[in-house]
Design a protein around this ligand. Sequence first.
Ligand code: SAM
Length: 307
Amino acid sequence: MSSPCAKKRKIDQDTIAVQRWKILKEILINGRSSLLTSENRASVRRFKSFNVLQTQQDDGTDREEDWFIYTAEKWPHFKMYIRHLSNHVKPEALRGFNNTGNVCVWPAEEVLTYYCLSHPEMFNGKSVIELGGGMTCLAGMALSIMSDVSYMELTDGNEDSVSNLDEIITRNSFQFKDTRVLSRVVRWGSGKTGQDLNGVFDFVLCADCFFFEEGREDLVETIYRLLKDDGEAILFAPKRGNTFEAFVTLAQSLFNTDVKERYDDTIWTIHCKMKNKGKVMYDPDIHYPWFLHISKKTNREKTDLKE
Ligand SMILES: C[S@@+](CC[C@H](N)C(=O)[O-])C[C@H]1O[C@@H](n2cnc3c(N)ncnc32)[C@H](O)[C@@H]1O
């Protein structure tokens, strides 16, 4: 016999599943879903944000349902204009290249953004690339506005995401000071796009990209080839079963790795509060991003590992 708690969990899960099917049905029939408004997304994905960034619809544009103004209470002067694609996921897109970055901004991307904004001086004068940044590359975009990065490359493997990044860059370009901000398709693995970018970057940024079984090794190799010898990568991802560990294990052959569960007091406090609300609302395994810092091993360190 199942307990009342298990029954409630089952009902909640059924409700989420029904919502998802409704959204998919609307997208297939109409090419968009009215259920994917910012308020409803919370109930479908339960926890959606740590709320360290605030969003409001940008009613100063013709397509106001697509554009959002992002601000942060901690940095009163910070403001960026971000276009979401979530209302426009077309049926054919569901069959095309990975579309997970066009559905929403995942909590790990929000946390990566918050982390970067909290340490802007690290990036001054540096070349930075964001990989798998989805439709917004929120962290890379925020740094382009709030730090003195010399060159920022915003990337994803999905062409629709990158077209959207082009629009976001144009809209925010008045805020870039001396930073050169570009975007392009970079796919990890087959075809190895972006060979001209090899060895160019001081920093790689990446959020919530470890859970693709087939892409993990390619992602490790891509980070390695894009970084300068003394380059480093700042990566955030939830545990999602053993996928975080699987990535760290692969990375250890080429990189020195540093994993942190607790990396920021504000995020940690929100995490602890959310945990009290229970797993149906907030499941740390899929919602709480862990921090991974990696830096390239020297040839000597790699040889030592083999012996
Ligand atoms: C879960 S989304 C994360 C998007 C964004 N970082 C966020 O957290 O909101 C994973 C992203 O990885 C990208 N991706 C998956 N496989 C890829 C590959 N082989 N090459 C490049 N990008 C890839 C997807 O297009 C998607 O945007």
